[in-house]
Design a protein around this ligand. Structure first.
Ligand code: AMP
Ligand code: MN
Ligand code: MN
Ligand code: MN
Length: 282
């Protein structure tokens, strides 16, 4: 018997509405051209692109899952929780995301004040120019400003020299809680997924506590194949998915054609023995 090829799902990317540079329509077209069959736009803490993304995706014949990537604070670190297949008009989710966005403007002013002390002028205005909206201003927009000003030659250099703990331009921030993010997503009928687990500066015990608590709260998925993981990490997080009974997700975390090292849809497939999170929606 011939085996059916796995679906090409890309369930993590960003548009101009948060900190990407392409419109939802441009992303949908790019995903489709790269062979994506199941797609989700997961802007940071905002649902403003969902309607456009769905329309564009469905016009191209892709299956669309409404998505979001929620910033949370866990043990003094920032962790990202992706929500998939949710009702984008859910009022509790919308209000929770609005509250999460609320602190970004002030945080950006504090980041700019620090950069000023390091001799970099007008970075708030510069970052806002890229963000368009103080509610959605992210470190990504500051990073683009630092590259534009030739203070750094690329985004990697920015995130080594600036905007991270211990370097100029870093301001610690209290985001939503894990409980809130998972309950907003579940309340809106979606599946909650731990984004790029390989990126967190948490030790094994702290990660285990995160997985266990997330599962208790009703979280069901973990990103295994993402643009943020090395092939070794695909294996590490495949084992975590098995150990905790999580479904696995796959997403490029694409932001921009020049900045992102992995394009939409062009990732390895999930290891075969894992249950893909998109199987819930078929
Ligand atoms: P924020 O939500 O304002 O803390 O900004 C976080 C965003 O910064 C992430 O969503 C990424 O888009 C970007 N970012 C963080 N670390 C890096 C990195 N090492 N390289 C490139 N982009 C990064
Ligand atoms: Mn981002
Ligand atoms: Mn993220
Ligand atoms: Mn992301």
């Amino acid at each position: 018997m011939s085996q059916t090829a796995p679906l090409n799902a890309d369930l993590h990317c960003h548009s101009i509405i948060s900190d990407g540079t392409l419109s939802p329509e441009e992303l949908a077209l790019r995903a489709h051209q790269n062979g994506v069959q199941v797609w989700s736009l997961t802007d940071h803490d905002v649902l403003g692109g969902q309607e456009r993304a769905r329309l564009a995706a469905e016009n191209l014949g892709m299956t669309y899952l409404a998505g979001v990537e929620i910033s949370i604070s866990w043990m003094n670190q920032t962790v990202h929780i992706v929500g998939l297949g949710l009702d984008q008009s859910n009022a509790v989710l919308e209000e929770g995301l609005r509250a999460t966005r609320d602190g970004r403007g002030l945080r950006a002013r504090q980041m700019a004040a620090q950069l000023e002390q390091a001799g970099i002028q007008n970075s708030y205005e510069g970052a806002l120019h890229f963000a368009g909206n103080p509610e959605l201003i992210a470190r990504t927009h500051f990073a683009r400003f630092l590259v534009e000003q030739k203070i750094c030659s690329n985004m990697d250099e920015v995130f080594r020299k600036y905007l991270i703990a211990g370097k100029p331009g870093y301001v610690s921030h209290r985001w939503a809680s894990l409980d809130e993010a998972v309950s907003w997503i579940r309340g809106a009928g979606g599946e909650a997924v731990i984004a790029h687990p390989g990126r967190y500066k948490l030790n094994t015990m702290q990660m285990d506590e995160l997985y266990a608590r997330f599962k208790d709260l009703g979280g069901s998925g973990i990103e295994v194949v993402t643009g943020s993981h090395s092939p070794d990490q695909y294996k590490t997080y495949a084992k975590i998915a098995e150990r905790y009974g999580f479904m696995a997700s796959r997403g490029s975390d694409f932001h921009d054609p020049h900045e992102s090292n992995i394009d939409l849809g062009l990732l390895p497939h999930l290891p075969e023995h894992l249950k893909p999170i998109w199987s819930v929606f078929h």
